[in-house]
Design a protein around this ligand. Structure first.
Ligand code: FMN
Length: 215
């Protein structure tokens, strides 16, 4: 069977796009990428995802204010020197841009997962709330990232909402059966899509015993 080279090109440059334009994203395009998300696999095909999309300026502002406070409480509020061109410094600047402009991005998609105890937790130890079904939500999120790339939208996976998750659930009336897994700002990108930087699989793959790489 022949390779599909476009698939490999696409997967190789699905970077976190943190600088987004303010132009609106049509409803049909949003549904196209979310419908790619829901094609993901899930245990027993339980499809434990739901999306809450923030579009209204006041709701996005509410989220952005708390997101900024959460980042600053963790990383501080000072900028890195602009002459620092290391990948880390560039990522940090992109994170700051994202944080400062979060309220202007057209869509903030909050990906929620139905809570579900992992099999390994025995019945009598299932106390309190189960975690959301991360195992199914992340493939869904990755499908959305790929679909965004395919239609020319930029998106990033963010998780800092964890710091204010309770408040978030209350504000948006998210039922307690769900947990918030990821928030994805989505919009048309300001910059170009570029290649991801990753260690090659050959370096992280072992055969028969840990540490034994292919000859
Ligand atoms: C579990 C997880 C949590 C992440 N949290 C954030 C986040 O809070 N904010 C953000 O901008 N990116 C977040 N990312 C995206 C990573 O920072 C990004 O994938 C990584 O730095 C590699 O960059 P690239 O995908 O652009 O190549 C997260 C990714 C994962 C898988």
């Amino acid at each position: 069977m022949e390779d599909n080279p476009r698939f490999f090109d696409l997967i190789g440059n699905v970077r976190a796009m943190r600088r987004l334009r303010t132009d609106p994203v049509p409803y049909d395009l949003l549904m196209k990428v979310l419908n790619a998300g829901v094609k993901a696999p899930s245990g027993m095909n339980s499809q434990p995802w739901s999306f809450l999309v923030l579009r209204a300026p006041a709701e996005k502002q509410w989220f952005a204010d708390r997101y900024k406070a959460a980042i600053e409480s963790r990383f501080g509020s000072s900028d890195l020197p602009s002459e620092d061109d290391s990948p880390m410094a560039r990522q940090f600047r992109a994170l700051r841009y994202q944080m400062d402009h979060m309220h202007e991005f057209p869509l903030l998609v909050i990906v929620c997962g139905l809570r579900d105890w992992p099999f390994k937790v025995p019945q009598d130890e299932r106390v309190g709330l189960a975690p959301p079904n991360y195992g199914a939500i992340y493939p869904c999120v990755q499908n959305i990232l790929l679909a965004c790339r395919a239609v020319g939208l930029g998106a990033a996976l963010t998780t800092m909402h964890q710091v204010f998750e309770e408040e978030l659930m209350e504000r948006f009336q998210i039922p307690v059966e769900y947990g918030v897994v990821v928030t994805m700002p989505i919009g048309y990108p300001m910059g170009r899509f570029g290649p991801v930087r990753r260690r090659p699989a050959e370096e992280v793959t072992y055969f028969d015993r840990w540490g034994v790489t292919a000859p």
